[in-house]
Write a protein that binds this ligand. Structure first.
Ligand code: TZP
Ligand code: MG
Length: 212
């Protein structure tokens, strides 16, 4: 399954969600609200911690149609049997990641510039996470924000579909789709919200009314 439905892509954050159990509960609620991809992103967990949480997430998402993607850790992604692996520019080379995960797992790559987008090999990478659109407190040391105009330039230069990320809320669904994104990726718009299911549903409605 290399083609993911990128419409509403939730990136989990253990600090905002309330640890591993909070991430699983948030993912379950968010998928009920219409999230199509759930990324497990936990920089401090280590491979064994990621595998434990990833297996719980996989069980929670079974039968929902939502895909599970693992951030950064190729060995955890393989051990979990995840639907995808997501890597950044500073992580292992995409071709090396593809060689390890095989043909069946989706591979996502974070892209912050037009040059990086042009360098994407569509035989290796299935989608890009493009941004950050806005500055965000969720990711320390993120690349300079690109805005919607920069987002559109990055997406035009990419040979594969893009999900927009960085400071996005429901109100940004329309401009993100207008810039060419297939969907939006969010952390704080869902993680740590008092009602993650309702928060997800609000973004789904915004995407739908923008024609997504
Ligand atoms: N990559 C680029 S920005 C970002 C990541 C993981 C964090 C986005 O978080 P939020 O809360 O949706 O702004
Ligand atoms: Mg990374």
């Amino acid at each position: 399954m290399r083609r993911l439905d990128l419409s509403l892509y939730l990136v989990l954050d253990p600090d905002l969600c309330g640890g591993a159990a909070g991430m699983v509960a948030t993912a379950r609620a968010a998928v009920a609200g219409g999230v199509t991809v759930v990324q497990l992103r936990d920089k401090g967990a280590g491979t064994s911690g990621l595998i434990a949480t990833g297996r719980a997430l996989r069980a929670a998402l079974a039968g929902t149609g939502a895909a599970l993607v693992v951030n950064d850790d190729v060995e955890a992604a393989v051990a979990i049997g995840a639907g995808g692996l997501h890597i950044g520019q500073g992580d292992m080379a995409p071709a090396a990641a593809r060689a390890r995960i095989g043909a069946g797992m989706a591979l996502g790559l974070s892209v912050e510039t037009v040059l990086q987008a042009r360098a994407v090999d569509p035989a290796v990478v299935d989608y890009i996470g493009a941004g950050p659109v806005f500055a965000t407190a969720t990711k320390a040391d993120h690349a300079p924000p690109v805005g919607f105009a920069g987002l559109a330039r990055i997406i035009s230069a990419s040979p594969v579909p893009a999900v927009a990320i960085g400071g996005l809320k429901a109100a940004h669904a329309g401009p993100a789709l207008a810039a060419g994104a297939r969907g939006v990726a969010v952390v704080s718009a869902i993680c740590g919200q008092p009602a993650p299911e309702a928060a997800a549903r609000q973004i789904v409605l915004a995407l739908a009314s923008a024609g997504g």
